[in-house]
Ligand binder design. Structure first.
Ligand code: SF4
Length: 96
């Protein structure tokens, strides 16, 4: 079954691949190591962005590993509010 242009674009956005001509903004993602309890929730949501370090705390391994939507979903899902997300260019706070 063929997909429409709209469906195709939505699928691309959901997977973090943007349509031609669109630019994905760079994010500054931080994990407060004093708050992180190592629940791994963020790792399961944004698999390419976060990893546990040797002290079982989450850290950012690739700030461009996942789409903005996925990173924000991971930040929102953190049970202790340890993740902050900003626009790396403007400093605009995206979460919380
Ligand atoms: S979801 Fe929050 S508490 Fe859990 S590992 Fe990630 S940063 Fe740490």
């Amino acid at each position: 079954m063929a997909t429409t242009n709209c469906e195709s674009r939505l699928e691309s956005l959901a997977s973090g691949v943007l349509a031609e001509g669109m630019v994905m903004r760079r994010l500054r993602i931080s994990v407060d190591q004093n708050k992180c309890v190592g629940s791994t929730t963020c790792l399961h949501t944004a698999r390419a962005t976060f990893a546990l370090d040797e002290s079982s705390k989450s850290s950012v391994v690739n700030s461009q590993g996942d789409s903005e939507g996925v990173v924000l979903e991971a930040a929102e899902g953190c049970p202790v509010g340890a993740i902050t997300v900003e626009d790396a260019e403007t400093g605009e706070k995206l979460f919380p």
